[in-house]
Design a protein around this ligand. Structure first.
Ligand code: DTR
Length: 338
């Protein structure tokens, strides 16, 4: 071996010794794919990148996660079945897009007064852990989280039930039930389809969490926000069972350890981001925020009240104890309140 080769060898050996314990530079890292349906700048994808970074860091590089935002690997409604079939190792799904499939967890989308995304996310996870719904039997649930409470964003001002009557507004799952009860005409579609629907005038607005005013630039078209602070949208991050079972125990431990932490992190990010997005919308597009008068609010609340009872009856017909589920959600809300 000549001197140059010897120096090289020593440099390589020194580099190996300097690598942190647990680093995986020696063997190939375990590669995992993570599919998501909305664009990269939106909150489901922001939480995905945070999870990826934390898992890669906490496993010392043993795992490498390739993220696919924007429906490039799996679309909104194909997410759960795609993950079950192994088209992606991990996927993020919005349960409201398939209301009948996620009866138990979608109950968090009833108008029960969940005050923010942090509380919503922890309550959703509590509910999942208590009921372990059948819908998730074929996957490993890595985390769950919710949007912030939803409000109406619209092209026209909405100050009363009369303004809302028959208006085509986009909303899915629990949000669609709220819109119907208020007398609007709910039009269901996953979030990525909304920009075009608004642009073409297929809908005159939407009921969702307000960070989308900035993240989808909806503030440009929807110059009015009517505060309802109602139904949240629940999400789940799920993993293919074979992919999960193949992981070494220490990697699984890292992911399990992140489950509640990630839910809370995402909720807090969402709550903060809603505030920033609304400030931005007011400054950039002079968006008007409409607060209902107390008398009008009473009328709206009265319309919303039967939704929960109706859901409980529907759940009973499917063999679920809807009353207990709603009572549990309320108890978890009290426990998680800050
Ligand atoms: N509100 C649900 C979920 C949702 C809220 N913000 C985003 C951003 C990107 C995708 C989905 C969502 C909805 O309206 O579809």
């Amino acid at each position: 071996m000549n001197t140059i080769s010897r120096v090289f060898l020593m440099i390589i050996l020194a580099a190996c010794l300097l690598l942190p314990a647990g680093s995986h530079a020696g063997g190939a890292a375990i590669g995992l794919t993570y599919a998501n349906f909305p664009p990269a700048n939106t909150f489901p994808c922001v939480q995905m990148e945070r999870w990826k970074t934390e898992v890669e860091k906490r496993t010392g590089g043993k795992v490498k996660i390739n993220t696919f935002p924007g429906g490039t690997l799996l679309g909104a409604k194909a997410m759960l079945d795609g993950v079950i079939a192994g088209q992606a190792d991990i996927g993020c799904l919005c349960m409201a897009y398939q209301p009948g499939r996620f009866m138990v967890t979608n109950a968090t989308g009833l108008p029960l007064g969940i005050p923010d995304a942090r509380t919503g996310s922890l309550v959703l996870l509590d509910l999942f852990q208590k009921y372990r719904p059948e819908a998730f039997a074929k996957v490993k649930v890595l985390t769950m989280f919710t949007s912030a409470p939803t409000n109406i964003m619209s092209k026209v001002p909405i100050r009363s039930l009369e303004d809302l009557k028959g208006l085509d507004l986009r909303g899915s799952g629990g949000a669609a039930q709220v819109l119907a009860a208020l007398g609007a005409n709910p039009v269901g579609m996953p979030m990525p389809a909304v920009p075009e629907a608004l642009q073409k005038g297929v809908v005159k607005g939407l009921l969702s969490s307000l960070e989308v005013m900035k993240d989808f630039n909806f503030a440009e078209l929807c110059r009015f926000v009517t505060m309802t602070d109602t139904a949240i949208y629940p999400f789940a991050v799920v993993m293919n069972l074979d992919s999960w079972n193949r992981l070494p125990a220490d990697v699984r431990k890292v992911m399990e350890g992140l489950r509640a932490e990630q839910a809370e992190w995402t909720g807090r990010y969402m709550d903060r981001h809603v505030r920033e997005a609304m400030q931005w919308s007011r400054e950039k597009y002079k968006v008007e925020v409409i607060k209902l008068s107390p008398a009008e609010k009473t009328r709206w609340d009265k319309r919303l009240r039967p939704i929960v009872a109706k859901w409980i009856a529907g759940a009973r017909a499917k063999g679920l104890d809807g009353e207990a589920i709603v009572a549990d959600i309320k108890a978890f809300m009290a426990k998680r309140a800050q």
